[in-house]
Design a protein around this ligand. Structure first.
Ligand code: ADP
Ligand code: MG
Length: 266
């Protein structure tokens, strides 16, 4: 009896990549962007993917988001819903903040009559309730990224109350912001991650940012992208990006990253 139970593969990961490779192009022009990447992300875990520019971080997120198909290997999300956020907020400039969110809710199939209230809730959750009527150009860069975050969360709204788990994929979302705004958004994303029980896969090339946010930092090598090493981050939250503990771990990860970059002469 026990044996039969054990024979059934258990699903403990929210995201499971097994032997995932991605090749772009064919023949002599072929480029192996990712090589046999295996990675499990636990439900509710905050994992930061760190690597040099061009090492395949965005490719990996695109595969998890099902925007591209892997050349080999499997990706299993176990029915979780995926939300995406990029460096560029990509809001519609002619729509105000509320209308941008309502459009996302419409695409999620939220009935017209409920969209306004849902949009207001989402804006409150990113502390932008007072800016509902503004258009994107009237907002600061940090505020625009808050709207982009609210829109990503809009795609996870479940009107049926089924409560499907959500995997939030973030591709260098704060890379274009000044340091102070970025620090504030680190606090915000940490709060929202906790409140909503999200599973987060966060891509960055900023080592300190990865250590500030992650439960675990996964270091990727370049050309092709492979998992080189994983670093658990044991410090209590909330952490300060400029704390000595963050700096110490970031320094040792940076050494490892340099070694990798050096190996490839990049
Ligand atoms: N659609 C594509 N076609 C061809 N090559 C691509 C494509 N997307 C990415 N690449 C290449 O794959 C590698 C990894 O790119 P990317 O995932 O964007 O890296 P990162 O996000 O880590 O900077 C790079 O060499 C890039 O030029
Ligand atoms: Mg990228």
């Amino acid at each position: 009896m026990t044996e039969a139970v054990q024979a059934v593969p258990s699903r403990t990961a929210a995201v499971r990549l097994a032997g995932v490779s991605k090749m772009f192009g064919t023949g002599g022009a072929a480029l192996l962007a990712l090589d046999k990447v295996s990675l499990d992300v636990a439900p509710g875990e905050f994992v930061c993917l760190l690597g040099a520019s061009g090492c395949g971080k965005s490719t990996l997120l695109n595969l998890v988001a099902d925007l591209e198909a892997p050349s080999a290997g499997t990706i299993d999300l176990g029915g979780a819903r995926v939300a995406l956020m990029f460096q560029e907020p990509a809001l519609f400039p002619w729509l105000n903040v509320t209308a941008n969110l309502e459009l996302a809710l419409k695409m999620r199939g939220v009935p017209r009559g409920r969209r306004r209230a849902r949009a207001a809730e989402l804006l409150d959750s990113v502390h932008l309730g007072d800016f509902a009527g503004k258009r994107p150009h009237q907002l600061s860069g940090g505020m625009r990224q808050r709207v982009a975050l609210a829109r990503a969360l809009a795609l996870t709204v479940d009107e049926t109350g089924g409560g499907r788990p959500t995997v939030l994929l973030m591709d260098e979302p704060f890379g274009a912001l000044d340091a102070m705004t970025r620090d504030l958004l680190h606090d915000e994303i940490e709060r929202i991650w906790r409140e909503r029980g999200l599973t987060v896969l966060f891509v960055t090339h900023n080592v300190r940012e990865a250590v500030r946010l992650g439960d675990r930092v996964v270091l990727l090598s370049s050309r092709p992208g492979r998992v080189v090493q994983e670093f658990p981050v044991p410090m209590e939250r909330p952490r300060r990006i400029d704390s000595p503990e963050v700096a110490t771990l970031a320094a040792s990860i940076t050494d490892r990253l340099r070694e990798e970059v050096g190996r490839h002469g990049a």
